[in-house]
Design a protein around this ligand. Structure first.
Ligand code: SF4
Length: 214
């Protein structure tokens, strides 16, 4: 790493690198008509990727740069899932033919705040509106602090084959500094449950280089 870069850019508000196009490129000039036009240009048999954002968390991590809402109420999530289905139908209806999906990614927020039955129903809905080859990658971001075996069963039933676990750090000092405290046992249990339910592709989100006084 070039050590002068953090110093050079420390005053800059750089785009969040995981979102493409980056947020500064978002524009109100991209409206429904343009999206519809882009959908019409998808060629027959050209596979698309879907990203579904579940913007709810139980508590705030201090490093977070994602669009999230902190909620203790499941009612917000329930009504959001209704709107999400409407959006899925809008996209599917505007496409000139049934679209083939090669990749689905559930991100957040915390997708595993969905109840198992909700997750299975949402995947069934997607499979009705789009065509999924057997090779499709279906990935879900997981918060190990609230991961339950019932959800692992639902992921398997829904055909999920990748999971991204928000681990960040095993160091308790770092965990306290970022307001994300979780034990090694919670993470190990989540991994074991995922592996035991056919989710073979597992990655950890990790952070490093946080300047912390000890
Ligand atoms: S769990 Fe993820 S999305 Fe939610 S507050 Fe923490 S970093 Fe942000």
């Amino acid at each position: 790493m070039q050590t002068h870069l953090p110093v050079k850019h420390r005053q800059d508000r750089l785009p969040w690198y995981t979102i493409y196009p980056p947020v500064p490129q978002f524009s109100t000039t991209i409206g429904p008509e343009i999206c519809e036009e882009w959908l019409k240009r998808v060629r027959t048999r050209q596979a698309i990727s879907l990203y579904l954002h579940i913007p709810f968390c139980r508590s705030m991590c201090w490093y977070c740069g994602f669009p999230v809402s902190i909620t203790r109420r499941d009612a917000s999530i329930d009504s959001y899932l209704g709107v999400l289905r409407e959006e899925i139908s809008l996209v599917a209806d505007k496409a000139p033919q049934q679209l083939t999906v090669s990749d689905v990614h559930f991100g957040g927020g915390t997708p595993n705040l969905m109840k198992p039955v909700q997750f299975v129903a949402l995947m069934e809905f997607l499979r009705r509106r789009f065509s999924f080859p057997e090779t499709a990658t279906i990935a879900v971001e997981i918060d190990p602090r609230i991961f339950k075996v019932e959800l692992a069963e639902a992921l398997e039933a829904a055909g999920v084959n990748r999971a991204s676990l928000g681990v960040q750090s095993f160091d308790p000092v770092v965990q306290n500094a970022i307001n994300r405290v979780q034990t090694e046992e919670q993470i190990a249990l989540a991994v074991a449950n995922l592996r035991g339910h056919a989710v073979k592709g597992i990655n950890f989100d990790l952070m490093y280089g946080l300047p912390i006084r000890r």
